[in-house]
Design a protein around this ligand. Structure first.
Ligand code: FEO
Ligand code: CA
Ligand code: CA
Length: 632
C-alpha cells in the first residue's frame, strides 16, 4: 500500500468531492483485509467500513468467477428478457439453432450480439416501455451451419440482418419485465434498412454512389456499438467498427490518407462481405465507406419512421453518445472514437432544446459545432493524476481547417473528422469507450479501455494516458469550467487506474488505490449512472484468468461510489462473454444488462444450457428478491 504524502484535499479534489483521506481509507482497508486473508473476512471488514463512507452501495461485493452462469450478490436474481434469434412478431420464424435459418428470418428476429440499449417508458402507463437495443455484430461459428466466413450473397445478407437495432416492447407483470412478442412497436433496423442522411455532409460528393446520386439515402446501419438517449425521446445508435465490413477485390488497390486513417484495407477484417456484396467492395464502391461511421437517430415510438444519420456529429468509430444540456438549454453530445490513439469529442447544438414540444427538436442535431479534446500533461501523480484541458473547434475555415490542408468544406471536416482533429493536435487517447454524465454533479466519465501501443508512434505516455503498453485501462473524468457543458475548458482526473494488485505491486500495473484484490478487473468499457448516482462499470476484457489477468475471471459488472471512490463487484457474466449495455427501469427496481457473445471461443451454452446447445447473446433483467432498488 503506497501512501500519499499528505491527507489534505487539494482544491480540485474538494471541487470534485474526492478527499484523499476517503480515497486512502477505502484502499488501505482493502489492503488490510488482503493481509488477513479469507474472502469472507475481507468482505465483511470492507462492508463494515464502507457503510459509513459509501451509503450508495448496499450490497456485498462478490468474488471473481469463471463459471458459465450469471453470478450476483445474495438477495439478487436474474432472468433472460430476450435472446438472439427470438421472433419479434406474432407467428414469426423461431430461432433455428442449426444455423440454417434464412436472412429473411433473421430480419424478423432479435439481432445478435446486443450492446448499448435505452428504455423509453410509455407516458401514460408505468407498466409498459419500449427498449431500443443495438446489435453490434455476429459470430459466424454460431450463425452459419458451416461455421465459417460467408460463402454466398444469402450468407452476407443474413449477417447484415443480425446487426443494427432491435426495438421491442416490454411490459411489467407481477413486478417482472417481459418481452412482448407481436407488439406493433417491435421492429428491426438492420444492414439493409433505408436510412436518410442529414446535416452538413448530406449530399456531399464524398457520400454519392452510383446507387445514390443524391448522397442522402443510405442502406443500413451496422456495427452498432453503444447508444444515447435524447431528452426529446429519441434513440441514438452509434456505428463503430464499420470499416471492418469493407474489403477490396483489387489486391493492388491503393488507399488515400483518409481511407487509411479510417482503416481501409484489401482484406476485410474477418467479415468477408465484399466478396458477395459489391457495396462493400472498395474497388467497386469506394464512397460507401463514407456513408457509415455516423450517429443515427431513431424514433422508437414511430415504427414507420426512417432513421437519420446525423453528420454534424462527425464520422469516426463511434462508441456511444452521452447527452447533456448547457446552462442556456442547448444539447451537448459527448462521444468517443474507439481506436488506439483516437479522440474524445463533444457536439453543442446551435439551438435550444424545446422540452415542451419534443417534435420541435427533430433537427436539433443537424446544426451546431463539433469540438475535440486536448488534455495537458497533468501533475504526473502516479496514483491519481489530474490536470486541465480544452475543447478545440472543428469548423471549416478556422485553425487551418481549410483547403490548403485538405478541408474544402465543413462536409469534409466532418467526413474526415479524425484528420481534422489531428490537424488541431488533439490528444491521442487509450481507446475511448463509453462516456456518461453524472446526474448528481455533471462530471463526465469516460472509459479508456486499454492501449497496448501506448508509448509508440506518436502516443506519448502521460496525462490521462499514463501507462506504457496499457493492458488494463483507466476511467477518466472531467468537470467543465463553471459546471457548464458549454465551457471550452475543463479540469480532469483519473477516477481509477485498473490493474492487478495480486500480481503487481502499486501503480502502474497494480492499479490505483481503489483497485483491490476483491474488485480487480481489466478493460472497463460500458458505463451507466443510475438516478442515485451509482456508477456501473461493465468490462470487455481479457478473460483468460491468467498472467496479468490472473484472478479476474470472466467479464463482469462493478458498481462504484463516485464520491468515495469505492468499487464493488456486482455481477460476473458467463464464459467468454462481454458485459455491455445497461438500462434501468424508471423505479430502479430492475436493471437490464447485456450479455454479448457468450462462448466467444466456445465453452458456453448460456443461457439455455441445452446439451450441445448454442450460446446466445441476451439481455438479462436483474432484480432484488425483496423488490428494492438495485444496488442500494
Ligand atoms: Fe463496440 Fe468499442 O466497443
Ligand atoms: Ca464497447
Ligand atoms: Ca471494448
Amino acid at each position: 500500500m503506497k501512501l500519499l504524502e499528505d491527507n489534505q484535499p487539494t482544491d480540485l479534489e474538494q471541487m470534485v468531492g474526492l478527499s484523499r483521506r476517503g480515497f486512502i481509507s477505502a484502499g488501505a482497508l482493502c489492503g488490510a483485509a488482503m493481509f488477513m486473508g479469507g474472502s469472507l473476512l475481507s468482505r465483511s471488514v470492507l462492508a463494515a467500513s464502507v457503510s459509513e463512507a459509501s451509503p450508495l452501495l448496499g450490497f456485498q461485493g462478490i468474488a471473481a468467477a469463471t463459471g458459465d452462469t450469471i453470478s450476483l450478490p445474495s438477495g439478487y436474481t436474474s432472468s433472460v428478457l430476450i435472446s438472439w434469434g427470438q421472433p419479434l412478431h406474432q407467428d414469426g420464424p423461431a430461432f433455428d439453432p442449426s444455423g440454417n435459418g434464412s436472412a429473411k428470418s433473421q430480419e424478423q428476429q432479435f439481432g445478435d450480439n446486443n450492446d448499448g440499449m435505452s428504455l423509453f417508458p410509455f407516458p401514460d402507463d408505468d407498466n409498459r416501455a419500449l427498449m431500443a437495443i443495438n446489435n453490434e455484430y455476429t459470430n459466424y461459428r454460431y450463425l452459419f451451419a458451416h461455421g465459417g466466413q460467408p460463402t454466398s450473397a444469402e450468407d452476407v445478407h443474413k449477417a447484415q440482418a443480425c446487426e443494427g437495432v432491435s426495438v421491442i416492447e416490454v411490459q411489467r407483470k407481477n413486478g417482472q419485465w417481459q418481452f412482448v412478442q407481436g407488439s406493433r412497436y417491435n421492429r428491426r433496423i438492420h444492414g439493409n434498412t433505408p436510412i436518410r442522411v442529414s446535416g452538413p455532409a448530406a449530399g456531399d460528393a464524398l457520400l454519392k454512389t452510383d446507387a445514390d446520386s443524391s448522397g442522402t439515402q443510405v442502406l443500413g446501419t451496422f456495427q452498432n456499438c453503444a447508444n444515447g438517449k435524447t431528452p426529446w425521446g429519441t434513440y441514438l445508435t452509434c456505428e463503430e467498427n464499420f470499416t471492418d465490413c469493407f474489403g477490396s477485390s483489387d489486391s493492388a488497390q491503393v488507399f488515400d490518407a483518409a481511407q487509411k486513417r479510417y482503416g481501409a484495407s484489401v482484406a476485410s477484417k474477418e467479415i468477408g462481405w465484399h466478396a458477395h456484396d459489391p457495396r462493400f467492395d472498395l474497388a467497386h464502391t469506394p464512397n460507401e465507406l463514407n456513408r457509415h461511421g455516423w450517429v443515427v437517430e431513431i424514433d422508437p415510438f414511430d415504427p414507420q419512421s426512417t432513421p437519420v444519420k446525423r453528420t454534424a456529429l462527425g464520422r469516426f468509430k463511434h462508441e456511444n453518445a452521452a447527452l447533456a444540456e448547457t446552462r442556456d438549454g442547448r444539447a451537448v453530445v459527448y462521444m468517443g472514437d474507439d481506436e488506439r490513439g483516437e479522440f474524445i469529442y463533444k457536439f453543442i447544438s446551435r439551438d435550444r432544446i424545446d422540452h415542451n414540444n419534443p417534435k420541435a427538436n427533430r433537427d436539433l442535431l443537424d446544426h451546431g459545432t463539433l469540438y475535440v479534446a486536448r488534455f495537458d500533461a497533468g501533475d504526473g501523480n502516479p496514483d491519481h493524476p489530474k490536470g486541465q484541458g480544452q475543447w478545440l473547434e472543428l469548423t471549416h475555415g478556422k485553425a487551418g481547417l481549410d483547403a490548403s490542408n485538405g478541408f474544402a468544406s465543413q462536409a469534409q471536416v466532418l467526413v474526415h473528422a479524425r484528420l481534422a482533429a489531428s490537424q488541431l493536435n488533439a490528444t491521442r487517447m487509450d481507446r475511448p469507450e463509453w462516456i456518461v454524465v453524472s446526474p448528481k454533479d455533471g462530471q463526465v466519465y469516460c472509459t479508456l479501455t486499454n492501449n497496448v501501443k501506448r508509448g509508440e508512434d506518436g502516443q506519448p505516455v502521460g496525462g490521462p494516458n499514463p501507462r506504457e503498453k496499457n493492458v488494463y485501462g483507466q476511467i477518466l473524468r472531467w468537470r467543465e469550467t463553471g459546471d457548464d457543458h458549454a465551457a471550452m475548458t475543463f479540469t480532469w482526473d483519473l477516477f481509477l487506474i485498473a490493474g492487478n494488485p495480486s500480481v503487481h505491486a502499486g501503480t502502474p500495473k497494480g492499479g490505483s488505490a481503489n483497485i483491490t484484490p476483491q474488485n480487480m478487473f481489466n478493460s472497463p468499457d460500458g458505463l451507466g449512472f443510475d438516478k442515485d448516482g451509482r456508477l456501473w462499470i461493465l468490462t470487455d476484457g481479457d478473460f483468460s484468468n491468467s498472467g496479468d489477468f490472473a484472478g479476474m475471471g470472466n467479464n463482469q459488472m462493478l458498481c462504484a461510489d463516485p464520491v468515495s471512490g469505492e468499487i464493488r463487484r456486482f455481477m460476473v457474466g458467463p464464459v467468454g462473454c462481454e458485459v455491455t449495455g445497461i438500462s434501468f427501469a424508471p423505479d430502479q427496481r430492475t436493471l437490464f444488462v447485456g450479455i454479448q457473445h457468450p462462448g466467444e471461443n466456445g465453452g458456453s451454452t448460456f443461457p439455455e444450457h441445452l446439451p450441445g446447445g448454442k450460446p446466445r447473446s441476451s439481455v438479462i433483467a436483474i432484480r432484488r428478491e425483496d423488490g428494492g432498488v438495485v444496488g442500494a
